[in-house]
Design a protein around this ligand. Sequence first.
Ligand code: DAS
Length: 326
Amino acid sequence: MTNTRILVLGTGGTIAGIAGDAMRHDYQPGQIGIDEWLEDAGRYTLDVDFVGRQIANVGSENMGPQIWKVLHEVICEAMEDDALDGIIVTHGTDTAEETAFLLDLTLPLTKPVVLVGAMRPADAVGSDGMRNFVNAVRVASAESSKGRGVLLVMGDRVLAARDARKVRTRGTDDAFRGFPRGSVAIVTPSALEWFGNPWRDDPSPRFAFPSEFPEVPILYAAGGIRPSMAGRLLEDAQGVVVAGVGEGNMPEAVRAMLAKRAANGLLVIRASRVDEGLVDREPEDDANRFVASRALNPQKSRILAMVLLANGVTDPAKVQAVFDRP
Ligand code: DAS
């Protein structure tokens, strides 16, 4: 029997980070190359053959359209390659939820695609990187991972791309949570247990990958923000996500200014700055031509808004229908 073959795409982050001294707090992300990483992983009996490819080696605050595009292209090729069974992307944790969600929306998903990161650099005391990676290998090589979209492994949890969010800046176990669904599976190096059935029948891409990413800034609402300041953020914008207070609220003057802009074609999404902030439609949304983000946080709402605008979906009612079932 031949081993499962996994393509491992390195993009950097803390999982590839080095402090130089196990006791230091500060470190450089994106220092270990993917070949070195896979050689190190070879210490474990994983019964898997790896093919490594370095896509980037950056802190994930530097991820963006250019690297996303390469990642998307390489994974699309891997989906066509009969010699590969699954794909792992090593990624910084800061923006892993955005990359995972973008790929979930735009990839054909005939094979498992799993993002994995670490909260501690590779040479820290109690580094979580290799454990998380070995867990990711188990998920990426499992037949049962199909039909579940892009997945993110952190600690012993498996999260679906659309639910995953970073909720802590420190610590390992609780750094990521899922919302509205929590973890969709528990994984260890020796076991994988799903909490439900696959939810995606159709493996075809839901949307075309954007050839250009439209400008969609995030407007962070707070008591006292003024329409003039908000307006400056909207220069060149095709859409805006309001990280609203509470359930997607904002000062009345800002709301009125955005309603005027929405009447002229700006896509306005009301999200929440509250973690686990569910934002439902309110009666004025129809007249204002606003969209409610439902369970998507501002950064994921921005990804979805960019994808929809790039795919020519601009009508607020049509955009709302996608946010209702992301
Ligand atoms: N260095 C940050 C990043 O690349 C943090 C991390 O990976 O945990 O996102």
